[in-house]
Ligand binder design. Structure first.
Ligand code: NAP
Length: 255
């Protein structure tokens, strides 16, 4: 009996935002391991180059590209570059997000509100629009939005961030419904508490961590690598009949 090819990404071009560290880095490395040429992206080129070099050193294919997804011009530029260099895109992982203010919702700054909406909603939306156009031209593709458990159950003092993550869950359904006719699938990953720089304020504070662990049936935080397998499933032919879903990878938190 031969091994399944369902998770093979040979010949695919994948773009992962926020791939210089954390969950995005783990996703980029696994997609590359499965054969995809991964475009590793974040605001700072150095960090992306470091990850791309590691992928190449391991025998994979990768390119580093800087793109601030809160800047519309940078999104246009990066897609013009993808069109020129590759002429196609098969997989988009919208992973880069921001959460600039940790406070009671009544204390939300307008600037923090604006930044969170610009990156987490407008950024994901127009990255998906640009990717969707390329995918439509080439017969289809897979978009994966990294949302959060906060999109279902808002995190305390993470008001506007949680609101944007709920929007991402709805956005996933919008793209799934309207782009299925072009062979494009769109799904969301809802990570639970994961040990990254992003979550360090929660994970490194013993009191907050202990409270969080009480609500996680598996009684631990996730390693970033534990998010990547779910993204591989959603990126590959293994999920060919799956679109519009939110996949919770949260140690049982939302159960
Ligand atoms: N960690 C958790 O507990 C957790 C839980 C639920 C959901 N999530 C979600 O998982 C995703 C990844 O988070 P993480 O924990 O892996 O965070 P992380 O380790 O802090 O990494 C964030 C990545 O995003 C990039 N980035 C930040 N702002 C950006 C922007 N405006 N444009 C482009 N790139 C940007 C960063 O690189 P640069 O600084 O170079 O831009 C970095 O590569 C996010 O969508 C987050 O909401 C995380």
């Amino acid at each position: 009996m031969s091994k399944t090819q369902l998770f093979d990404l040979d010949g695919k071009i994948a773009f992962v935002s926020g791939a210089s560290r954390g969950i995005g880095e783990a996703i980029a490395k696994l997609l590359a391991q499965q054969g995809a040429h991964v475009i590793v992206s974040s605001r700072k080129l150095d960090g992306c180059q470091h990850v791309a070099d590691a992928i190449i050193a391991a025998g994979g294919k990768a390119t580093a590209v800087a793109c601030h997804i809160g800047e519309m011009e940078q999104i246009s530029q990066v897609f013009a570059g993808i069109r020129e260099q590759f002429g196609r895109l098969d997989i988009l992982v919208n992973n880069a997000a921001t959460n600039p203010q940790f406070c009671n919702v009544l204390d939300t700054d307008l600037s923090a509100f604006q930044k969170t909406v610009d990156v987490n909603i407008r950024g994901y939306f127009f990255m998906s629009v640009e990717a969707g156009k390329l995918m439509r031209e080439n017969g289809g593709g897979s978009i994966i939005n990294v949302a959060s458990i906060n999109g279902i159950s808002p995190g305390i003092f993470q008001g506007i961030y949680s609101v944007t993550k709920a929007a991402v869950i709805n956005m996933t359904k919008v793209f799934a419904k309207e782009c299925a006719q072009f062979g494009i699938r769109c799904n969301a990953l809802l990570p639970g508490l994961t040990d990254t720089k992003f979550a360090s304020a929660l994970v490194k504070n013993e009191a907050i961590l202990n409270t969080a662990l009480q609500q996680i049936p598996l009684k631990r935080v996730a390693d970033p690598s534990e998010m990547a397998g779910a993204v591989l499933y959603l990126a590959s032919d293994a999920s060919s009949y799956t679109t519009g879903v939110s996949l919770n990878v949260d140690g049982g938190f939302l159960s």
